[in-house]
Write a protein that binds this ligand. Sequence first.
Ligand code: BES
Ligand code: MN
Ligand code: ZN
Length: 499
Amino acid sequence: MAELTVSSKNPAGAKVDALVVGTHTTSDGVAIVGGDLPRPVVAALEGLAPALGITGAADEVRKVPAGPELKADVLVLVGLGARRADGTFSAESLRRASGAALRALAGTSSVAVALPVEDEAELGAVAEGALLGAYAFARYRTGEATAASRPPATVEILAGSSRSAAAKAAVERAKVVAAAVNATRDLVNAAPNDLFPAAFADVAKQAVKDSGAKGLKVTVLDDKALAAGGYGGLVGVGQGSARGPRLVKVAYAPSRPAAKVALVGKGITFDSGGISIKPAKGMEAMKSDMAGAAAVLQTVVAAARLGLPVAVTGWLCLAENMPSGTAQRPSDVITIRGGKTVEVLNTDAEGRLVMADGLVAAVEEKPDVVLDVATLTGAQMVALGNRVSAVMGADDVRAEVVASADAAGEQFWPMPLPEELGASLKSKVADLANIGDRFGGMLVAGLFLQEFVGETPWAHLDIAGPAFNEGSAHGYTPVGGTGVAVRTLLGLVEGRAQR
Ligand code: BES
Ligand code: MN
Ligand code: ZN
């Protein structure tokens, strides 16, 4: 990750390759904000903005020569969009602008960012955005990484009030959060021949070691242990692959925790659909079907690194969904941990099967709340598109997730679990079928999971679209793995510390 520092230096004196300032749209043109640059520089740029095609719109990045009045080589103008009614910018606008600027500065080595920061929260947002924008996935590139694609090595945030304890804490938190999100992206982007269930379990162990945090413990159940423990969902989905399933428990246990949170993540390291095989076109994106488990792992690690006074246990439900002579068949009946039977009518509805096992294991430990995160349904994308995730579940937990997402700058929208839709999950032979009505498919999947949480307060996060960006990069979001849900989940855990 880029090395990030904060100072209250004057931007005009910053000796860097690139100095970033903000632009925004006003009623009579474009205004420059954040830099406190010399008046003549600001006046000249604002006057030239129309000719330079600068509008101040979000995601707009323009580079101009910094000129003799500034010590930087290049001045970068990044759009913040329109101001809010009270004249300020939202933390998320700042986060996105900071990220868009750093993303456009790949190939530059030193960067200073001077955006309009009014408090610690906004300072944290700018820092977070910068570190998220300075992300690159180069694992599989051989030879010298081309200089032009390397993210900046150093980022200096220029902000007036950088010395207070609160400012320092906000920046430290931003570093932990960005590291967690970027590590989630790395996992999602990893090729599925490298990241199979056992390899993912090793990554979890290594991540815990590398974190240096106290109170973290990893337990791995392999295929034999899963069969012995009655985890029929993980065993059934995993049996078609030469690389067996795993259930990984990552527990963070501080002394005298204020609350106990369980997180369950879908970790299908590749979803071919199994015998109900998917069409070839677009199947490659199904390497991202483990994004929920990656987000859960990194959220637990981040909670530990921050030393939060909340016990957090992550459950990674890992399997590879493959067609083969040993794969499960449509019409197989499996038994989920705890004893409920499921008729597998479509082997491509595998996520809910492994998640059912994970949810049962999680609630056995009697957490105060359980949240599950999964790239569960194509129907999520039909309903909400690629940038808005869905949340279903108990009304209060669902509202807690939405509030946490809003505060973190992630988009989660509340969705219902209509009881009557549950009837479509009836099986002719078993307690439940694994598919139901096609209409409302996301809600049907949520209703299926609801069968396995008992009385524990619960919410289900469907991140099918937002987990993997198949379009172009925007704001601090790169192409490929996005790391979605980490910030929302971590914020929720932090909130539980204060209840
Ligand atoms: N992993 C997919 C859902 C998915 C689709 C995630 C596209 C991201 C992008 C899931 O396992 C799946 O295949 N779901 C089926 C369920 C259906 C068979 C009931 C789906 O949504 O088509
Ligand atoms: Mn599937
Ligand atoms: Zn899947």
